[in-house]
Design a protein around this ligand. Structure first.
Ligand code: 13P
Ligand code: ZN
Length: 273
């Protein structure tokens, strides 16, 4: 099957377009990656016959991902061009057996390279793969204004963000019962921020980067996008309420959150109750 006709490639492009439509991607802001199944990787090898690059350094080490194939957006390439010019905007890469190098099989034309956040993506893939018995395949990063704005006014703690988001929209504890994690401001694209995010992703499907953006994980493109959409919407509501400057008369209380958990049979993260 042609690369562009593969279901996972179509899902990748759909998420990119939906996210651009949401206004979460200025310029080259944000990036997306997907861990292919063995059958999908086999199709890439059959269709492309040989890699188009030599092995190159990842800038971090992800030994558990050795031999895996990833679809990934290109650094400096615009997410809005994922659907317009696929082979230029993203590509398919293979990780070597040691988990320290990658090579390109398809796309990333005109000298393209994977996102500068490849190390955080791969480290998040590694931990989410482990924690979900291989179910999680998508890591998605974007720059949504409401969440970034909140990082200027809330304490940069997992608890402050989780409680604010859980209390702003009733469905939130259902969608992310484990809560969300927060990474203090750090230089992006480096292994330090990758490690800090990986640590949070051992518990959470969502990590917020102060003054920068959000990383979400999911088993499918729909799930990763849906989680991002929920976090962003809840942050938007919280921010709008705060921006009125009015006294908050009522909110979703801890007791209310516990009632939701009981009814929906959720295991909420006890740390935040
Ligand atoms: P890339 O263009 O390298 O993907 O960087 C965009 C970004 O969002 C950095 O955090
Ligand atoms: Zn970013």
């Amino acid at each position: 099957m042609k690369i562009i006709d593969m279901k996972c490639v179509k899902g990748f492009m759909q998420l990119a377009q939906d996210s651009v439509d949401k206004g979460w991607h200025e310029m080259n802001g944000g990036n997306l990656s997907y861990r292919m199944t063995e059958a999908e990787a086999a199709n890439v090898k059959k269709e492309c016959k040989k890699p188009t690059s030599d092995w190159m350094e990842i800038g971090g080490s992800v030994p558990k991902l050795g031999g895996q194939f990833f679809i990934v957006t290109g650094t400096t390439r615009f997410i809005r061009n994922v659907t317009r010019d696929p082979a230029n905007a993203f590509g398919i890469t293979e990780i070597d057996a040691t988990g320290t190098k990658y090579r390109i099989w398809w796309g990333l034309e005109d000298g393209g390279r994977p996102t500068s956040e490849f190390a955080p993506h791969l480290r998040c893939h590694e931990i989410r793969m482990e924690k979900t018995d291989g179910a999680n395949r998508v890591i998605y990063h974007c720059h949504p204004p409401a969440v970034i704005a909140l990082t200027f006014i809330l304490p940069l703690t997992d608890k402050a963000f989780t409680r604010t988001l859980w209390s702003a929209m009733t469905e939130c504890p259902v969608i992310f019962p484990e809560g969300v994690g927060v990474v203090k401001w750090m230089v992006p694209g480096k292994d330090d921020i990758a490690r800090a995010t990986q640590k949070l992703m051992a518990t959470y499907n969502c990590a917020i980067w102060a003054h920068h953006g959000v990383f979400c994980a999911g088993a499918t493109f729909d799930k990763a996008f849906g989680l991002m959409e929920t976090v962003v919407k809840s942050a938007d509501i919280a921010l709008k309420v705060m921006s009125t400057g009015k006294k908050v008369r009522q909110t979703i209380t801890t007791d209310d959150i516990k009632k939701i958990a009981k009814d929906f049979k959720l295991t909420l993260n006890e740390k935040f109750l």
